[in-house]
Design a protein around this ligand. Structure first.
Ligand code: 5AD
Ligand code: SF4
Length: 485
């Protein structure tokens, strides 16, 4: 069996032998075993069984979910969109803010209702929220009907955990504190045939004082450039024209590899891959964004004209307490440099309002950066206290009404700027990668410009996955309406 070949014939694997120790062969073995369990369940049920994976949170989770779906398909489940009536439901959770957790608890309640009616139903939870001890304790106590709980470090062994779930009547819980392991060559699946996320690194070493990610995703680990290049080449051979390189802090890619490689060097290599048309990446950290990277971006026709550069706060005083390692001035200089090198680039950001100790002056500094940078769009978040992070035990938490009032002011400013700027491209002809049929109007298709703006235009299914030239006729707030030229 060639580990490069993902068209594995699982029925050829002898599951009467003990499981091999080496990965990914061990997981191929467990997929074969899981297939037998599924066949048995299907013959008992007298029908094909289905799965539904629901993803919360960021692009990393979305990519992990694609991998988990790949394994469920290899096991033999058919996919369905909604949880209702699905026989295997998996929630891939997020814990970056408190409200993400509450959503999961709410939905578990209603899944229990389905499970009571369906003897073949299995419920599994994974992702960042499961890396928190108090969450797992709560699930054990209040949601004992859940069958499987695993975390962010061991998703590669999902098939093995699935088999354990079939063999054990009580809840299977497998959470790792951390790992250095990166398992390549598992069954894989992409949501879109023409674009894909590609993990280039896992984890985060930054420990921003408000953020739980380093605790739930572990230390930074970069994939080797050869593995990344191979994966992208395989994707391109299979019809992919756009990749999104994924990492919590892509700018520190490669620092800990045996032979260190910079993110800019990796990008230059990916840029050479024939047949690949567009390259995106996220997320960047201002402290590590190099001149070399700006140069590579500016010199490339494939790297998209969009940079998401989280600001978090415009106050140098707060940035220090947030452990961000840059000042307001440094951030503004960086933005100027980027705009000078690529005048047509779209700049977007993340901002937190109400970090402990935020004064009116601090907040005004944030507003000042927003006015100066003139972002194309921004994600704004109300600070959420995450247990275990340094900021959670800081004393001067900002009262809720003050936070709400600042949040509304910030949002208004961002919307005003975006509205003023947005019309800028009207009348121009630009390239759009068509992604889907429009959700509201089936006579339209929806795609994206290089700068990530959304465009709707008349068209049909035959355009999906193609890059087409479109005249942007009208800006409608959040998207352009255009026509093929
Ligand atoms: N509260 C509010 N927002 C947060 N983020 C991360 N942690 C928190 C928190 N505790 C935001 C940051 C980050 C984005 C992904 O989520 O802005 O860039
Ligand atoms: Fe969290 Fe900071 Fe790491 Fe981003 S860089 S994941 S905000 S700790």
């Amino acid at each position: 069996m060639d580990c490069r070949d993902q068209n594995i014939d699982y029925d050829e694997i002898d599951i009467t032998l003990p499981a091999p120790e080496e990965e990914p062969y061990r997981q191929y073995y467990y997929i074969a075993k899981a297939r037998c369990y599924l066949r048995r369940m299907e013959s008992e049920a007298g029908r094909k069984l289905t799965f539904c994976v629901q993803t919360f949170g960021c692009q990393m989770n979305a990519r992990d979910s694609e991998k988990l779906c790949g394994i469920l398909r290899a096991i033999g489940y058919a996919e369905q969109e909604s949880e209702e009536g699905a026989d295997f439901v998996l929630y891939n959770t997020c814990t970056v803010r408190e409200n993400a957790n509450n959503k999961v608890y709410g939905r578990l309640g209603y899944l229990h209702g389905y499970k009571k009616k369906n003897p073949h139903m299995l419920i599994a939870l994974c992702g960042c929220m499961m890396q928190e001890e108090k969450v797992v304790a709560k699930i054990r106590k209040s949601y004992p009907f859940v069958d499987l709980v695993f975390g962010t470090h061991n998703i590669f062994k999902f098939a093995e955990l699935f088999v354990q779930t079939c063999e054990q009547s009580s809840m299977v819980v497998d959470i790792w504190e951390g790992t250095t392991q990166i398992v390549e060559q598992l069954p894989n699946e992409r949501k879109y045939p023409f674009k894909s996320g590609v993990n280039i690194m896992f984890g985060c070493n930054n420990f921003c004082s408000y953020c739980i990610v380093p605790y739930v995703r572990g230390r930074e680990r970069s994939r080797r450039p050869e593995e990344i290049m191979d994966e992208i080449r395989r994707f391109v051979d299979d019809g992919v024209i756009e990749v999104m390189l994924l990492g919590q802090n892509v700018n520190s890619y490669g620092k800990n590899l045996e032979t260190p490689v910079s993110f800019a060097e990796l990008l230059s290599e990916i840029d050479q891959i024939e047949g690949l048309e567009r390259i995106r990446f996220m997320t960047s950290h201002p402290k590590d964004l190099s001149d070399e990277l700006i140069e590579v971006m500016a010199g490339s026709k494939k790297i998209c004209r969009h940079l998401h550069l989280p600001l978090q706060s415009g106050s140098s005083r707060l940035l220090k307490i947030m452990n961000r390692h840059y000042t307001k001035e440094h951030y503004l200089e960086l933005m100027d440099k980027i705009r000078a090198a690529m005048p047509d680039i779209a700049l977007t950001t993340d901002i937190i309002v109400g970090f402990p100790g935020e004064t009116e002056e601090d907040f005004e500094e944030t507003m000042d950066v927003v006015r100066r940078v003139q972002y194309d769009s921004a994600f704004t978040f109300i600070y959420s206290k995450r247990t275990g992070t340094p900021a959670a035990s800081m004393e001067d938490q900002v009262p809720e009404d003050v936070v709400k009032q600042r949040f509304d002011r910030l949002l208004k400013e961002i919307q005003n700027i975006a509205a003023k700027k947005a019309d800028a491209l009207t009348g121009q002809t630009m390239e759009v990668l068509v992604e889907s049929i429009n959700h509201q109007d089936p006579a339209l298709v929806t795609g994206r410009l290089s700068n990530n703006f959304v465009v709707h235009l008349p068209g049909d299914e035959s355009l999906i996955g193609k890059i087409v030239k479109v005249r942007l006729d009208e800006y409608k707030g959040f998207y352009y309406y255009g026509n093929l030229v």
